[in-house]
Write a protein that binds this ligand. Structure first.
Ligand SMILES: [Zn+2]
Ligand SMILES: [Zn+2]
Length: 257
């Protein structure tokens, strides 16, 4: 008799645990088994490339008045994501936010802006990316070295839109869509773990002088793509840069398309 009651108590406990799990799902809380949005750069490379955990990908773009990216640039980013990942659905949302006034921005300040404005976080089906189009320069700019973008966390990037606007104003070529597109693709490829930042190398193409970059001629992941003068140099060659064969092979080996 005693044994039976212990058994039924255990059963009741299990039943309660089972119920409370279901309840938390009903309340919309993300189950703790889902990887979060607050991890190091490259930590979600595999989750972004494949569709084992997340079938869909959503990009949340925010910008202050006057710094909205061109619609075509976001379309180009979407095509790039569809070409390189196995996601079933890729979507991009855009929203204007109040203009932060702390420019030039350090990465600490960019993280604070994300904290105050990000609304999209991973759920059971969708991994979510935050991109801030900044109304100011990077605090790391020195001399004539102007940073165009930085991927600073597993699902977060900043595009220095004011710098892009200044870089392209008065130029007939390269145009702003080409520059925005290339910077967006470059930063997104860092989130995908390139080069050797979460996606392991399949061949020796890593830039020994610049973390996360590639030495292949004309590759999207060349270090120079992150800076205004280097970017203009690349775009003057003609086509907007794409990933070279070595970078693509790395992505494919880590679950990419
Ligand atoms: Zn880079
Ligand atoms: Zn490359």
């Amino acid at each position: 008799m005693k044994k039976i009651s212990v058994f039924s108590l255990l059963f009741t406990l299990l039943f309660i645990v089972g119920c409370s799990k279901d309840d938390s799902k009903d309340n919309g809380d993300s189950p703790s088994s889902i990887p979060g949005n607050n991890l190091n750069l490259g930590a979600s490379a595999e989750d972004l490339l494949g569709n084992d955990i997340f079938q869909n990908l959503e990009v949340e773009v925010v910008y202050p008045d006057g710094f909205q990216p061109q619609a075509q640039s976001l379309e180009n980013l979407k095509s790039f994501i569809q070409a390189r990942t196995f996601k079933t659905k890729v979507s991009i949302t855009q929203r204007e936010i109040p203009a932060p006034n702390s420019a030039p921005f350090s990465i600490e300040e960019i993280r604070e802006i994300e904290e105050n404005n990000r609304t999209a976080f991973n759920d059971e089906t969708t991994i979510k990316i935050f991109v801030f189009f900044a109304n100011g320069n990077s605090a790391n700019d020195e001399g004539n070295q102007f940073t165009l973008g930085t991927a600073y966390q597993n699902t977060s990037a900043v595009i220095y839109q004011k710098t892009i606007q200044e870089t392209t104003s008065g130029l007939t070529a390269p145009n702003i869509v080409d520059v925005e597109t290339t910077v967006l693709k470059h930063e997104f490829a860092h989130l995908l773990g390139l080069v050797d930042v979460g996606t392991p190398l399949q061949s020796d193409h890593k830039d020994p002088e610049s973390d996360g970059h590639c030495i292949t001629e004309n590759c999207l992941m060349r270090a120079q793509a992150e800076f205004a003068s280097g970017m203009i140099g690349m775009l003057e060659q003609g086509e907007t840069p794409n990933l070279g064969a070595a970078c693509n092979a790395d992505l494919q080996a880590n679950g990419g398309r």
